[in-house]
Write a protein that binds this ligand. Structure first.
Ligand SMILES: [Zn+2]
Length: 390
């Protein structure tokens, strides 16, 4: 059954065929979003059938593009943990952690890269490139190793120690670029001229979003179709937040939600908070943050190609954007680790710091069901151990 209808630009709504090599809108460079014949899906399978079959991200194939293979390193199926001791500490009555550190290469990026690399293989390309602050590059390197795909990772010089070495261990070529993520992206753009490799940058490739939608599908299954009131997500480039928002919109249009869609809460560092600033000013687009500074490398991202969609996701769901500082992130990391057994990345810890701030502002009520998404584990951030040295 063909459910997939191709891609549509999120900005100008231009339609792009599903087998196109285009990774962004040829007219306006906007982000491409997968489209599905939702009425046909709803009349062909039941909600229980959608959730019943298989393991990992590919079990949700009616709402993924139809590839000729399903590349996998065992991504998805991550635990949803009830954080009972943290409930007592915060006063939130039902608090959960979706622990994405259980994915291959230790982060949520595995979901998107499994789908994106599968698309690359279907397009017949021999090489793929990405600029990365760490996790996306690691995921691409690992899936490239699995598929025999040549990969080239452009990492900024501020990337945590060990990322370059680990990417090389998977067989990737690594280019270290002085500066921050946009500097790495610029260098990649210069190198790419004349190459036939495919770019898998954030929102220059449509299937990273499609793969990441599976976080939302798993949440629904794990919560017995009782959607959370809030999903708190650390946000850099924004594929995660846009993917979860898109997934819930699809589920709603399929008639597969029992209640209302969750509100999305974006957490950024106060040293790099372009979404928060634009949201608070009521703007529809984001201005690039001039001097991004935070030890949370995964959210040290000064802008996004999907700024309109990120801001729309917040307003459409009654969500919010909140900034926390690095000290609050480190305190939250210690609290989450000692009270839940989940040792988060700084980005994951930021979700707990954000929850604290939103409780204090009165935005989140103690009776609401809250999910914190820990996007990755701590292990590539050795400084997370500093407070515990004796
Ligand atoms: Zn467009």
């Amino acid at each position: 059954m063909r459910f997939f209808e191709g891609y549509r630009c999120g900005n100008c709504e231009r339609d792009i065929p599903g087998n196109s090599i285009a990774g962004e809108c040829p007219s306006c460079h906007g982000p491409l979003l997968g489209r599905y014949d939702l009425p046909l899906i709803a009349s062909s399978i039941t909600r229980d059938e959608f959730y019943a079959c298989g393991q990992g991200i590919w079990r949700f194939r009616p709402l993924l593009p139809p590839f000729t293979r399903e590349l996998s390193l065992g991504e998805g199926n991550t635990p949803l943990l009830r954080a009972e001791r943290l409930e007592k500490e915060t006063g939130i009555e039902r608090l959960f952690i979706k622990d994405e550190s259980a994915n291959p290469t230790g982060s949520f990026k595995a979901r998107g890269m499994a789908a994106a690399v599968t698309r690359v293989l279907d397009l017949g390309a021999k090489a793929a490139f990405v600029p990365s602050a760490g996790n996306a590059g690691l995921a691409l390197a690992a899936y490239g190793a699995s598929a025999g795909l040549e990969t080239k990772i452009y990492i900024p010089s501020v990337t945590p120690d060990g990322v370059a070495e680990e990417c090389r261990a998977y067989g990737a070529k690594v280019v270290v670029v002085e500066g921050i993520l946009p500097d790495a992206a610029k260098k990649m753009g210069e190198d790419l001229k004349g190459s036939d490799g495919i770019v898998l940058s954030t929102f220059r490739e449509p299937c990273r979003v499609e793969g990441k939608k599976t976080i939302a599908f798993e949440l629904e299954a794990q919560l017995g179709y009782k959607s959370p009131d809030w999903i708190i997500f650390p946000t850099g480039g924004g594929t995660g937040i846009v993917a979860i928002w898109k997934a819930y919109r699809e589920l709603e249009q399929l008639g597969w939600l029992d209640g209302k869609r969750p509100a999305m809460a974006v957490v950024q560092s106060s040293g790099c908070a372009p979404v928060v600033k634009a949201f608070e000013n009521g703007e529809e687009t984001m201005k690039v943050w001039d001097f991004p500074e935070t030890s949370a490398a995964g959210i040290r991202v000064p802008g996004s190609r999907a700024d309109r969609q990120i801001l729309e996701a917040l307003r459409d769901t009654g969500g919010v954007a909140v900034a926390v500082d690095d000290q609050e992130i480190m305190m939250a990391a210690g609290e989450m680790t000692s009270l839940t057994g989940v040792f988060p990345s700084p980005e994951g810890a930021a979700t707990l710091a954000g929850l604290r701030a939103l409780i204090q502002k009165g935005t989140i009520d103690r009776s609401e069901r809250v999910v914190l998404v820990n996007t990755a584990g701590w292990s590539r951030y050795r400084f997370m151990l500093d407070p515990f040295r004796e």
